[in-house]
Design a protein around this ligand. Sequence first.
Ligand code: KIV
Length: 240
Amino acid sequence: IVCVTAYDYTVAKLLDAAGVDMLLVGDSLGMVVQGHDTTLPVTLDQMIYHTQAVVRGSEKAFVACDLPFGLCHRSSDVVLEAAIRVLKESGAQAVKVEGGVPVAQTIQALTTRHIPVLGHVGLTPQSVHAFGGFKVQGRGEAADRVLADAVAVEEAGAFAVVLEGIPARLSEKISARLTIPTIGIGAGPGCDGQVLVVYDLLGLYDGVKPRFVKRYMDGSALVRQAVGHFAEEVRNRSFP
Ligand code: KIV
């Protein structure tokens, strides 16, 4: 399963044409689009706005939209209301919910009403302050907690689960144990699929670069070169 994040129409169209299976409108947009240090400030309205644009750019790819921080802390009814808005107003086919055992009931409230849920366990960025930073989860004894989270997400009816920032051996174990597909990010090669943040993949994001990120092109250099060329031609009046 090839999954890439997308936040706008043009990039979604390119990713879709490149054969990406799933476009994830991640709340990582809070960091790579809005310039915040965490994903916490992102609102539901912003997620819907970006997802609408991505859905317009996607012909074949499945589109999932992150439920932003603060929703799953509230009642299942509030989350259900939000997920209905996402599907109705944006056209996404699924929502992503961060968390395991503590949000399993909430996930179930969605899936029993036929709202497809993509789970997300391990280094869940919405819990960054509880983790004391963007730190690998599930090392040593903590592995059992991540495994229990993944199992709870599956039992609650999620159709797949993102495993983020956990040791490769743990993601292999979880992938072998679950019947639903696992999609890894910083979780080694043992998952059923992989996801990357599009600005990382294209080398466009100059912020913190996690060790697992592979840049498939040096986008920043290409943009600097192209825009520098444009600036030069405007200034020496060779363009237009
Ligand atoms: O917000 C996001 O982009 C994500 C992916 C990196 C999994 O949750």
